[in-house]
Write a protein that binds this ligand. Structure first.
Ligand code: 4AZ
Length: 248
């Protein structure tokens, strides 16, 4: 996160760290992406976060990537579902969404606490200019590497036509994407934040309106962050979550 602030304990309880097991190790996992808890057993993340055939886990309820915190819950990923029309081209990433099904013990996966809580799925388009929140352990203006502490920043929803202006992203955007940020630059998501939440509050409820997806570098003037438009994928998400799991 560029231009961010440290998150306090319990501040973004739906934020997860999506982690992949390091090759040739037994139990060493590294952070690859953010993700969003949307149900006890389901995490939304970006399609481009998935490395095929790798063991994955999610860590929820923590703020620091390099310390074990008593508030954390770590759960293995049982199943990965990448969108059937996920497509990465040289200019953009389309349908950049995937679902992670978590391992359960007697039907329970994540346990709701002050530090671990699902975000709601949005049920409507939200207005341009609305202030929303992004978060993650990705690169900052000080460090090309990620941040060890979870950071957050406020961004504004940007009109799709304005974001498709030739001076911004031109004609490469589609309806699976939305832009958010500050056109003057400085505040943005960045590498390592991918898959994590853009949440917007309505009536004191937080809705996951976007997933960090891509952008032309980070924090640059006229190059806002591009997010997966979660409302566009509601039927897809519901169909996958309601479908019987492979083992049952
Ligand atoms: C990335 O490389 C990336 N400024 C993520 C988000 C943004 C740019 C790049 C948005 O994963």
């Amino acid at each position: 996160i560029f231009g961010g602030l440290k998150v306090n304990p319990g501040g973004i309880p739906w934020q997860v760290s999506v982690q992949v097991k390091q090759k040739n190790t037994n139990q060493i996992f590294r952070h690859v992406c953010g993700g969003v808890l949307i149900d006890s057993c389901w995490v939304l993340t970006a399609g481009h976060c998935i490395e095929p055939n790798k063991d994955m886990q999610v860590v929820m309820g923590g703020l620091s990537l390099d310390m074990d915190e008593t508030t954390e819950q770590t759960i293995r990923v049982e199943e990965v579902i990448v969108h059937e029309n996920y497509l990465e081209t040289q200019s953009a990433v389309y349908n950049d969404i995937s679902l992670l099904r978590l391992r359960n013990k007697d039907g329970v996966c994540a346990i709701e606490t002050q530090f671990v809580k699902s975000a709601c799925l949005p049920d409507a388009q939200l207005p341009d200019g609305l202030e929303c929140t992004i978060s993650g352990w990705g690169a900052t203006e000080e460090s090309g590497f990620g941040s060890n502490h979870l950071l957050k920043a406020n961004v504004l929803l940007i009109n799709q036509q304005k974001c498709s202006d030739p001076a911004v992203y031109g004609n490469i955007l589609d309806i699976s994407m939305l832009c958010a940020g500050h056109l003057q630059g400085g505040v943005d998501s960045c590498q390592g934040d991918s898959g994590g939440p853009l949440t917007c509050n309505q009536n004191a409820t937080s809705y996951v309106y976007g997933l960090v997806s891509w952008g032309d570098q980070c924090g640059k003037k006229n190059k806002p962050g591009v997010y997966t438009r979660v409302v566009h994928f509601l039927d897809w998400i519901r169909s996958k979550i309601q479908a019987p799991s492979p083992s049952s």
